[in-house]
Design a protein around this ligand. Structure first.
Ligand SMILES: NC(=O)c1ccc[n+]([C@@H]2O[C@H](COP(=O)([O-])OP(=O)(O)OC[C@H]3O[C@@H](n4cnc5c(N)ncnc54)[C@H](OP(=O)(O)O)[C@@H]3O)[C@@H](O)[C@H]2O)c1
Length: 341
């Protein structure tokens, strides 16, 4: 008898997510019904937005007690009564924190093969990570050669790609990241022009020193005080790409009191948010470019893999502590065939 292992939501979180907000369940798998597909989960993305999904203000229906924790995953079809999805097919979709997911298959997308790249390239280079960086820089930020671009959470999955894409566009790129090692990595390994360690130095003073002609584009991943500081240095007709606000997600503080919001008016700034789920049509344009840039050595990505479904709730906190080094993913089970593709 095959058992499904799952993490369910045990209570509505208050403040940061904690492992005790989840409860472990093991239950026997039911026989597969007509038209249904059973997928073995290989990997689950761990995303800052996982915390947002508990909020009534989320862009998806809020998670409630008893739900399987939602997660975008990669899996392999194990058993199928749906002729469109044969066993052995590698798929992606919202499978959740569990070892097996069952659906009619309408929520699953067959993953394209990536010749010469590991399956993990889907996490670090493509999917919602690559699409967010691409759409945010190319379509919203639109930096011109020589303009100054600032990126926050710059050593993270989205931020590191966004900064490199802005460099490809010919911009001067300043990254904001936590700690000297992350600052070293984005400048020495990824080609950013300079870095600001927001945990170790005054961000406003550093922005004034490193951006003497102001900031043309700000790719924001964190919100709060860092957004406020950059707004203080934004140029006329500057653009703020609101990709994420990880500093605000756990709803634990009072929220930052902004002092530079009036610059949206005075500097005629455009601030535009987006959610990549609205832009999946971009795959056809963005994926070939991201893959070409990577093949040419101009776009590097990193993944940080946590092993085992049992370790997932504790690992999620690393995104908020800043101890992840690359796209944080959990390996739920292994599949040599899919991993080799
Ligand atoms: N709009 C969209 O469709 C979309 C899609 C994907 C991701 N996103 C957003 O993109 C952002 C990055 O996501 P990711 O998956 O690439 O994660 P990530 O950047 O790989 O990891 C999160 C990083 O955020 C930084 N951080 C955590 N708490 C912070 C705080 N209070 N203030 C400042 N920095 C903080 C940490 O780096 P440090 O050590 O540098 O602090 C941490 O490593 C998130 O805001 C996410 O929600 C948006």
């Amino acid at each position: 008898m095959t058992v499904n292992q799952q993490w369910l939501i045990a209570r509505q979180p208050r403040g940061p997510l904690r492992p005790s907000d989840f409860t472990w369940r093991e239950s026997p798998l039911e026989p597969l019904g007509p038209g249904m597909v059973r997928t073995r989960v290989l990997y689950a993305w761990l995303d800052p937005t996982n915390r947002v999904w508990f909020s009534r203000g989320s862009y998806l229906p809020p998670l409630v007690v008893g739900d399987v924790m939602r997660a975008v995953c990669i899996g392999v079809v194990e058993e199928s009564n749906n002729p469109a999805l044969q066993p052995g097919t590698t798929v992606t979709g919202f499978m959740g924190w569990q070892t097996r997911s069952t659906s009619d298959g309408s929520d699953l997308t067959v993953l394209p093969e990536l010749p010469g790249l590991p399956l993990t390239a889907h996490f670090g280079l493509l999917s919602h990570i690559g699409l967010a960086a691409y759409h945010g820089v190319v379509d919203i930020g639109r930096p011109q050669p020589g303009q100054t671009v600032v990126v926050s959470a710059a050593a993270g999955a989205v931020g590191s790609l966004a900064g490199q894409i802005a460099k490809i566009a010919g911009a001067r790129v300043i990254g904001i990241a936590g700690g000297p090692e992350k600052c070293r990595r984005i400048t020495e390994d990824l080609g950013f022009d300079a870095a600001i360690d927001y945990k170790g130095e005054d961000v406003v003073a550093a922005l004034r020193r490193l951006c003497p002609d102001g900031v043309d584009v700000y790719f924001d991943n964190v919100g709060g005080a860092v957004l406020d500081a950059v707004l203080g240095e934004i140029n006329d007709f500057g653009r703020v790409v609101a990709c994420g606000m990880i500093g605000e997600y756990d709803e634990s503080g009072q929220g930052h009191v902004f002092t530079n919001l009036s610059n949206l008016v005075n500097r005629r700034t455009t601030l535009q948010g987006f959610i990549v789920l609205d832009h999946l049509d971009l795959v056809e344009v963005a994926y070939p470019r991201l893959l070409d840039w990577h093949a040419a050595g101009r776009l590097q990505y990193a993944v940080d893999v946590v092993d085992g479904l049992e370790n997932v709730p504790a690992a999620l906190g690393r995104l908020f502590e800043g101890t992840n080094s690359g796209k944080l993913i959990a390996r739920i089970s292994t599949d040599e065939g899919a991993d080799a593709r």
